[in-house]
Each structure stands twice: as structure tokens, then as C-alpha cells.
Write a protein that binds this ligand. Structure first.
Ligand SMILES: [Fe+2]
Length: 180
């Protein structure tokens, strides 16, 4: 039988209860790539017929992780941002997403300003998943109709996160669901 959402949820629960650190998350990333190979899952949750928008497919009542389907309409370049104390795994369902990881070039002593440099760039294509560990500053860039499945360590609406304006260097607090 094809690897489906229920099995993925159950695997996330067992992997993350055993190891909530970087190795456990890597295990979740590998299973997410398995899920993305399932055409029935894509048809149901990330196809032409899936309504546009952000859909919460699952939130774990004990461990707090979330599985989200981002069904995008318009192309978008996000500003560099972090996920606060959380981690995130991005799994591409259709089209592609260009991922960039950034590091601060300053000493992070100023809470309102930052100077960033890109340190890693790669493209996620359908079936592939990438991971940003806690606090990693990143940005994403995708074309019209790109769709992806994201697993986050917690509901990001509940934690403090920031985004960075590359032109002015300003650091701004993010509002709920403002960026991905
Ligand atoms: Fe993000």
C-alpha cells in the first residue's frame, strides 16, 4: 500500500518522541519525501483541485508539531526570516522552491538592525524536502502555483519570530502566518 498521511503522522510521532533533536527531524524529512511520492496524497492535498491557501493537515496534541499544505496561487519571494525556536521542513509537491540560508555578518548585538549574507542556496523540486533547524535564517522564492507541504516543530503563530529587510537592515517582528 502507498505511504499515506496517516502513516506519516504516526511515523512523525514515533520518531519525534524518540528524538526531538536534529537527527529526529532528519528522519521526518526522509519520511516526508516518501509521502510526496504518493500520487493519491498529492491528488488529495496538493493538486489543481485543492483549494488555494494554507491548510493545516494535522497538529499534534502532545508534541505540538504541525503538518501544513501551502497551496499557492501567486509567485512570491519571502524576506529572510527565522522560525524562532522552531524548526521547519519544506517538502515540494509541485513546481519548485528556491531556498536560501543566511547568516548574520554583524555581532547580533543590535536587536533592530542586522547585516546578512547568503551562505547556502538550493532548489527543491517535486518529491524533495529540505530542513531548516532552529533559528536558521532563510528565505524562499517560488513561481505561480508552487505547492509544498511544510512540517513545523510547533504552531509558528504562537512564538516570537523576526524577518529582515535586506535593503535597510531593519529587523521586524513577524505577525501570525505572515510568511513561510
Ligand atoms: Fe520559513
Amino acid at each position: 500500500m502507498a505511504y499515506g498521511l496517516d502513516q506519516f503522522i504516526s511515523d512523525c510521532r514515533s520518531i519525534l518522541s524518540r528524538d526531538g533533536g536534529p537527527n529526529g527531524r532528519e528522519g521526518v524529512r526522509v519520511q516526508l519525501e516518501r509521502l510526496l511520492q504518493n500520487p493519491d496524497f498529492i491528488r488529495e492535498h496538493a493538486s489543481e483541485s485543492t483549494p488555494r491557501g494554507l491548510h493545516v493537515l494535522y497538529e499534534d496534541p502532545d508534541l505540538g508539531f504541525q503538518i501544513l499544505a501551502h497551496i499557492n496561487d501567486k509567485a512570491r519571494v519571502s524576506p529572510p526570516h527565522d522560525h524562532g525556536e522552531s524548526w521547519a521542513i519544506y517538502g515540494q509537491a509541485t513546481h519548485h522552491t528556491d531556498m536560501t540560508e543566511w547568516e548574520r555578518e554583524d555581532d547580533a548585538g543590535d536587536a533592530d538592525h542586522a547585516k546578512l549574507k547568503p551562505v547556502k542556496k538550493y532548489r527543491l523540486t517535486p518529491g524533495h524536502a529540505g530542513i531548516y533547524q532552529d533559528g536558521k535564517i532563510h528565505s524562499i522564492d517560488y513561481p505561480d502555483y508552487a505547492r509544498f507541504i511544510r512540517v513545523t516543530g510547533t504552531n509558528l503563530d504562537r512564538i516570537h519570530r523576526v524577518r529582515f529587510d535586506l535593503k535597510t537592515g531593519e529587523v521586524k517582528r513577524m505577525t501570525p502566518q505572515q510568511a513561510t
